[in-house]
Write a protein that binds this ligand. Structure first.
Ligand code: ADP
Length: 191
């Protein structure tokens, strides 16, 4: 089973993806995490992506598609993946369709975690504060970048909703409920 977990920054994708991956034995593939570990390891990819990420902009589609494609070819992804933070543009979604078709795989579900607009900034700001407090701050956690990431979501990522709606794979859950309640809604969808 291959799933895209979809939602604005702060919707709670990461926590739900973690849980689904351990519960259903699927690989949790977070492009944000992949990019951050590329930066930490000092690879060329990390070096070229750092400034873009710190500004809250999107890494170019071809770069991100290449790293997802390579990761999907690793043996552990055969049982299924849960994609978190990818695709983020319609071009990435189309590339994902081609990529999966080329590997003989299908996209089974796109699950949107819906969160009220006004709750998002407060949520990501709170998360940023928590990371600072625990010494795990991200360099893209400052208020300007947070605002930019939300704007980029609206501009580039939200157009994926009609794309997947048309394909008939989009399901939505209410992300304003507790983490446990969101988890239950997702489990019900996955059957
Ligand atoms: P968030 O916490 O906002 O959901 P992520 O951890 O998913 O953020 O991503 C952090 C940053 O990494 C993004 O702001 C963007 O610069 C870059 N990034 C992650 N995934 C993608 C992607 N699919 N396409 C382009 N850039 C990406």
């Amino acid at each position: 089973m291959n799933i895209v977990l979809f939602g604005a920054p702060g919707a709670g994708k990461g926590a739900q993806a973690e849980r689904i991956s351990s519960m259903y034995g699927m690989v949790h593939l977070s492009t944000g995490e992949m990019l951050r570990s590329a930066i930490t390891s000092g690879s060329d990819l990390g070096a070229s992506a750092k400034e873009t990420i710190d500004q809250g902009n999107l890494v170019p589609d071809d770069v991100i598609v290449k790293i997802v494609d390579a990761r999907m070819d690793e043996g552990d992804c055969g049982e299924g993946v849960i994609l978190d933070g990818f695709p983020r543009t319609v071009a990435q979604a189309k590339a994902l369709d081609d990529m999966l078709a080329g590997k003989g795989l299908a996209l089974d579900h796109v699950i949107e975690i819906k969160v009220d607009e006004d709750a998002l900034f407060a949520r990501i700001e709170k998360r940023a504060l928590e990371r600072r407090r625990t010494g795990t701050a991200r360099s893209d956690d400052n208020a300007d970048t947070l605002r930019k990431r939300l704007a980029v979501y609206h501009e580039n990522t939200a157009p994926l909703l009609p794309y997947y709606l048309e394909k008939g794979v989009l399901r939505s859950v209410d992300g304003m409920r507790s983490i446990e309640d969101v988890a239950t809604q997702i489990d019900n969808l996955l059957g």
